[in-house]
Design a protein around this ligand. Structure first.
Ligand SMILES: Cc1cc2nc3c(=O)[nH]c(=O)nc-3n(C[C@H](O)[C@H](O)[C@H](O)COP(=O)(O)OP(=O)(O)OC[C@H]3O[C@@H](n4cnc5c(N)ncnc54)[C@H](O)[C@@H]3O)c2cc1C
Length: 362
């Protein structure tokens, strides 16, 4: 990078705040301005991350729960249950973490403007504009409306439950939130009022617990592009670029790491475009997994509802569900499911033909 430069980052969530802190921590000598519309980061979330976030972040988040026990159901029937010796998932205090990253970046010399802006409007005044508006960026990707409640309800502090409904194309989750609260949410494709469904569920299944917070927002469930979208000098990162795993909804880790890696590349490269493309290479593993998950999602969706989808998901192998928990599903996991349960091939034959053609087409 030819310093000093004037950089703006719009949106300070895990991607934008991570980008800002990493850039400042690594000694950026130019001017960094953060534009964030909300002084308190309060986006509803499951708040679950994998270990890389704890190890790579310039500010380690506070862990509220370490998750070792997993139960996955398909329409109420348990299809996978496992207890790991070491935690696989971590529930973090995401609002506190994001606030901390914003504050530290400012301590190190960045300036913060509490203001909603369009990144394009900063293109004439800044050398580089980083669009980190998350799902609120206008990127044309498919979004899902999703509701989440924090309720006073005792649940296993080291265990989570996920219940898929393939007919509704989505799932319900129950995660712990510290000791005496639960994070319960649901995301179903095509459900326009998930909060009403969630309210009914809390009443029916959990005896109307005290609701500490209930929020509804959107999440991206599309595939990120092979080549990243940008229009110099505006560079979208994180969920603004589509970096969410469409099957699991895991977006904190890829978005945060994308922010960190773009900051590092910017400090190495003379031109932001090259830095941006190199950072995209860095997230290539995530992109490939997200594109594969999107394909699997389409595969399930192409089965007729009302039986076949539920049947197929109940026949998937434990190995595939384990890979799902790590967001690292491979074609071999799908094949292992078929090998373990050849009837799956019959149920999925028409959809698999489509999948094979798509894979061969690249
Ligand atoms: C209900 C729910 C549950 C989820 N659970 C999980 C989970 O358990 N684990 C996981 O890994 N992921 C989860 N995700 C996904 C995860 O929250 C996101 O993918 C991740 O936060 C994306 O980070 P980001 O920084 O790219 O965007 P965001 O976190 O969305 O941050 C965007 C920021 O931009 C700001 N902003 C937006 N527009 C403007 C503007 N015009 N001007 C200024 N500022 C603006 C917003 O206020 C916000 O602070 C969940 C998502 C939802 C909705």
């Amino acid at each position: 990078m030819v310093e000093p430069e004037r950089i703006a980052v719009v949106g300070a969530g895990p991607a934008g705040a991570g980008f800002a802190l990493e850039l400042m921590k690594r000694g950026f000598q130019g001017e960094l301005e953060i534009y964030e519309r909300d002084p308190f980061y309060r986006k509803p979330c499951g708040d679950v991350v994998l270990r890389d976030v704890l190890e790579e972040s310039p500010l380690a988040p506070r862990v509220l729960n370490s998750i070792r026990r997993f139960e996955i159901r398909v329409r109420g029937e348990t299809v996978f249950e496992k207890e790991y010796r070491d935690p696989l998932w971590f529930v973090i205090d995401k609002p506190e973490w994001v606030r901390g990253m914003r504050e530290k970046a400012v301590d190190l010399g960045a300036s913060m403007h509490v203001k909603s802006v369009f990144p394009e409007n900063l293109a004439n005044t800044h050398d580089t504009v980083v669009d980190a508006r998350g799902p609120f960026a206008n990127n044309g990707l498919t979004k899902l409306t999703i509701s989440r409640a924090l309720v006073e309800h005792p649940v296993d502090p080291e265990g989570v439950l996920i219940d898929f409904d393939p007919d509704l194309m989505g799932f319900l989750w129950v995660f712990p939130h510290e000791r005496d609260a639960a994070n319960i949410g649901l995301a179903y494709k095509g459900e326009r009022s998930p909060h009403l469904r969630l309210e009914r569920l809390l009443e029916r299944e959990y005896g109307s617990p005290k609701v500490l917070r209930m929020d509804t927002t959107v999440i991206t469930i599309d595939q990120p592009p092979r080549t990243p979208r940008y229009f110099h000098p505006v560079y979208p990162i994180g969920e603004a670029q589509g970096l969410v795993h469409p099957l699991s909804g895991e977006g904190i880790r890829p978005s945060h790491l994308h922010g960190l890696w773009f900051a590092r590349r910017l400090l190495e490269e003379p031109h932001p475009r090259l830095a941006f493309l190199r950072a995209w290479d860095d997230v290539n593993g995530f992109v490939a997994q997200m594109r594969f998950q999107k394909l699997l999602l389409e595969l399930v969706e192409s089965l007729p509802p009302g039986g076949a989808r539920v049947e197929a998901m109940r026949m998937l192998s434990p190995r595939l569900y384990e890979s799902f928990l790590r967001d690292s599903i491979r074609l071999s996991d799908v094949l292992s499911s078929i090998a373990a349960n050849p009837r799956l091939l019959g149920v999925m034959a028409p959809s698999l033909a489509g999948l094979a053609m798509r894979l061969f087409a690249g």
